[in-house]
Write a protein that binds this ligand. Structure first.
Ligand code: ATP
Length: 868
């Protein structure tokens, strides 16, 4: 039986029942039903039950379980029931959160899933790679990730990296010719292209022959385990914090137990004290809240056109101090329009081009032949630089499709940003003509002759000077300049790099790509936020500098450097210079890695954009690799940690602001939880030292930590961000979450709440032990609910307003309602071990709980709001 690589295109078409128009919708449906989605099976997902069980592995939860048992054996049944119910509820909540967070990451992943261009029902369309079916005709070009195993039926200089399959790191040159052998190893099946490999060069068309688990990679993939999202630095530092906290809690509990025994309490009573302390100290809600806030934040970012692929990036964004951005499409609109041409020593405006003039007509014709864009059928398809050329031809009344039909393309070397050239070989009036376009500096080196109205002659130094001067003037106005050259190539049927020489210079075409209107403001915001914006572009230095100056990246004292100049700098010289360089022009992707590495060496957190196939290593090297959603290659998207769905530089700045806000919110939630817990700890500790009765039962503290504290903590996490965060300097990545300032605030606010808890406690003790405990519990609970408003931001509520975070109001109302229910409804009171209270005592609870917040608000107002 013939293998796919033995068959001709016709045989393949027959086998899959297709024509050049591709599959019909009915065939797609049929094949999809037969073979299923084109995806590799993932390893078994963790079941909900095992996630639930894993919730109990936390040291803090284990301490709680022990506390529950101690309560049980000391006859405190209600407490132990509550502890166990609460632990179970917490585990259920944790499980739901875990599954939710995973599905939210999953949906983000779907937003950034790879795409493939196919032909179906005669139309070219882009579909999600997982919907590719057997028999699909697919188009591949440099930068694509091959979606399925396919047989190449047409290709131009197509090269693929198949290292994921064969381990061979060099790219393999592909062919569309039939291979007449029976058995061939994969590496030698040069007319086949395999799922998971990367197209590194050229382009081609292929018929999909195998999909999903039937592909070669599917065969060797022993059930791919989902690569787990690593913990973010914040989550790691919180884990460490939790570990240290558990040790401190154990030590403290032992101390309190000892003190109470010393004071003559029974073992049972002393144990209960220790349990209360443990429960007070454990911030049960901390980890789930961080996860929830991060998940809410990433959803928000995706609505703002930044898709987070790696959760780490959210935090990283707050620390970014350098943003290296592409120019074309990111800072500019990527909508090119031809402005001027230069030919036969004359600069001509695009409106004044005369097709009847032989030279001018030829230049426009060559520009259509040496490009792949299509714009004559109403829609623009292709690279914007090339679309500018076909648009110009159309405007002048020339249809690029007609010209291309009349002058068949025989061979080509596609454009790539390393060479900055593109060449085609066309049949022009029965002569083979090679037409090349590209960057002037690259082209001039390869030019020997010039086309003038008097014919072709040797190019001389004054011609070169003229051309270079014109190029300088055009570039200085921010125009992108393409040079066009040709050469008779009758002997050639194929094109090689060595053929790109001995050219005849024809002319220049210059085009404008205006900056995006929002770029200037975004650059200004970026600088204000202490972040240095840097332009890295393949474009000409002068063009790049003109645009960079216009949008504010290139400022007085800043330098623009070319790739070749960079190469000449030693590492030491570069390290000295780097702070002053804001524009890198004519760089190759490998230069990008050097730039990122140097900034990182100097202690910076570096974000870098990239779109090309060769950008992947730089995107991986950067702390935050940013790929372009619209123009980026699949390879670059795969390597990035964030994708801009609108390719826009200003979206990066928005994402930085959101990232900083998320971090600030998490910090505020932590401050809220820890300061409240501290008030509980100090109260218990105080009572133990002074030999007072226990201020709280464990159930009280659990109720506060898990019920009334979680709601405000989440509300704080949802605090709408402000652009004010962009006035601050980037956060030092090594800065611990509990900075000195934050720890001091936690300590002071915790102490303040403790004072009023203890005042209430003493007041209650005057009547009974039970009332003392009830007062202490209620004041701690309510004071923490009030404290939720303090932790929203540095500003006072007068400045913030209640309506700006309506969740915080709901959180407060629900919490207060639940507490009041416990205090006033005897059935609840019995369960929660509270004593009955009268209205006067209730009023006192409300008042004492409110005072700490009043004091904190006054201080905030004076410290942060009055000054402004
Ligand atoms: P960036 O997106 O990194 O800012 P860029 O898009 O300006 O860079 P490239 O696309 O690498 O950079 O282009 C570099 C140079 O190659 C251009 O200045 C131009 O001279 C030339 N060039 C660009 N597109 C083409 C093309 N389609 N054919 C031939 N030459 C081109």
């Amino acid at each position: 039986m013939k293998k796919f690589f033995n068959q001709s295109t016709k045989e393949l078409f027959d086998e899959f029942g297709i024509t050049e128009e591709g599959l019909s919708s009915a065939q797609v449906k049929e094949n999809m039903e037969k073979y299923g989605l084109n995806q590799l099976e993932e390893g078994e997902k963790e079941s909900a039950f095992s996630i639930f069980i894993s919730q109990f592995k936390d040291v803090l939860v284990i301490i709680l379980i022990i506390a529950g048992f101690i309560s049980m054996f000391t006859g405190n049944f209600e407490s132990s029931i509550v502890i166990f119910v609460v632990i179970t509820m917490n585990a259920i909540l944790g499980t739901v959160q875990h599954i939710r967070a995973e599905s939210s990451l999953e949906s983000l992943k779907n937003l950034s899933s790879p795409k493939t261009r196919v032909i179906r029902d005669g139309e070219k369309m882009e579909i999600s790679s997982k919907n590719v079916v057997v028999g699909d005709i697919i188009h591949l070009e440099a930068g694509d990730i091959v979606p399925a195993d396919a047989r190449i039926i047409e290709c131009f200089s197509l090269k693929a990296n198949e290292s994921s399959l064969t381990g061979e790191s060099e790219s393999i040159e592909k062919t569309d010719e039939i291979i007449d052998k029976t058995d061939l190893p994969l590496g030698d099946q040069k007319n086949m292209i395999f799922s998971g490999s990367l197209v590194t060069y050229g382009r081609g068309t292929a018929i999909v022959v195998k999909t999903g688990m039937n592909t070669e990679i599917g065969k060797i993939a022993t059930l791919m385990k989902e690569t787990k999202e690593n913990l973010t630095p914040l989550q790691i530092s919180l884990d460490n914090f939790g570990r240290n906290l558990s040790i401190s809690i154990l030590v403290l509990c032992a101390f309190v137990f000892g003190t109470n025994i010393f004071h003559g309490l029974t073992v049972v009573e002393s144990l209960l004290f220790a349990v209360a302390l443990a429960v007070a100290a454990i911030p049960e809600a901390l980890n789930p809240i961080v996860t929830i806030v991060l998940a809410i934040g990433t959803q928000k970012m995706s609505k703002e056109n930044a898709i987070i692929k790696k959760l780490k990036a959210v935090e990283g964004l707050g620390s970014v101090s350098i943003i290296c951005s592409d120019k074309t499409g990111t800072l500019t609109q990527n909508k090119m329009t031809v402005k001027k041409i230069y030919i036969d020593e004359k600069v001509i405006n695009s409106e004044d081009i005369d097709l009847n003039n032989n030279l001018q007509g030829s230049l426009i014709k060559f520009s259509c032949l040496c490009s792949d864009a299509i714009s004559s059928n109403g829609s623009e398809i292709g690279d914007p630089t090339e679309t500018a050329l076909t648009n110009l031809a159309n405007k002048l009344g020339m249809k690029e499709t007609e010209i291309r039909n009349n002058h068949k393309r025989l061979a080509e070397i596609p454009f790539d940003s390393d060479r900055k050239l593109m060449s085609v070989l066309c049949d022009v009036d029965n002569r083979n003509l090679m037409i090349t376009k590209g960057a002037l500096d690259v082209i001039l080196r390869r030019t020997k002759y010039i086309l003038t109205s008097e014919g072709i002659r040797k190019i001389n130094s004054s011609d070169i000077k003229n051309i270079e001067n014109t190029n300088f003037k055009m570039s200085n106005n921010g125009l992108r300049v393409l040079a066009f050259v040709v050469k008779e190539a009758n002997k050639l049927t194929q094109l090689n790099y060595e053929d790109e020489n001995d050219f005849i210079f024809v002319g220049l075409i210059s085009m404008i790509d205006p900056p995006r209107p929002e770029s200037k403001q975004a650059v200004a915001d970026c600088i204000k936020a202490g972040i240095k914006p840097i332009m890295i572009t393949g474009d000409h230095k002068i063009t790049a500098s003109a645009i960079a100056r216009e949008i504010g990246i290139l400022r007085d004292g800043d330098k623009a450097l070319e790739g070749i100049e960079l190469e000449k700098l030693s590492d030491e010289e570069f390290e000295k210079e780097i702070e002053h360089i804001s524009v890198y022009a004519r760089v190759s992707p490998s230069d990008k890695i050097r730039i990122v590495s140097m900034w990182q060496k100097k202690g910076n957190i570096c974000a870098m954009t990239g779109d090309g196939v060769n950008d992947a290593p730089a995107l991986k090297k950067a702390d935050i690799g940013i790929a372009m959603g619209i123009t980026g290659t699949e390879v670059s998207k795969d390597a990035a940690s964030m994708i801009l769905t609108d390719d826009n530089f200003s979206t990066i700045i928005k994402a930085v602001a959101t990232g900083r806000n998320i971090y600030a919110n998490i910090k505020n939630s932590i401050k809220f939880l820890l300061s409240g817990n501290l008030a509980g700890i100090i109260s218990v500790f105080y009572a133990s030292i002074l030999n007072l009765p226990m201020p709280f039962a464990p159930v009280h503290l659990l109720f506060i930590n898990l019920v009334t504290d979680s709601l405000p903590a989440i509300a704080i996490g949802m605090e709408p961000g402000s652009n004010k965060v962009l006035e601050e300097k980037p956060r030092d990545i090594n800065e611990p979450i509990l900075t000195k300032e934050l720890s001091t605030k936690i300590l002071l606010e915790g102490l303040l709440i403790t004072i009023f808890v203890l005042i209430g406690f003493y007041k209650g003790l005057e009547i009974s032990k039970e009332l003392g405990m009830t007062m202490a519990f209620s004041i701690l609970c309510l004071a923490r609910l009030f404290h939720g408003f303090n932790c929203r931001s540095n500003s006072s509520i007068i400045k913030l307003g209640l309506r700006s975070n309506i969740f915080s109001v709901f959180a407060f109302i629900i919490g207060t309602f639940l507490l009041t229910l416990i205090l006033l409804v005897p059935a609840f009171g019995k369960f929660f071990e509270t004593a009955p209270i009268n209205l006067e005592q209730l009023g006192m609870i409300y008042l004492l709980a409110f005072v700490p917040t009043l004091i904190i608000q006054i201080i905030k107002f004076i410290r942060y709001d009055l000054k402004k």
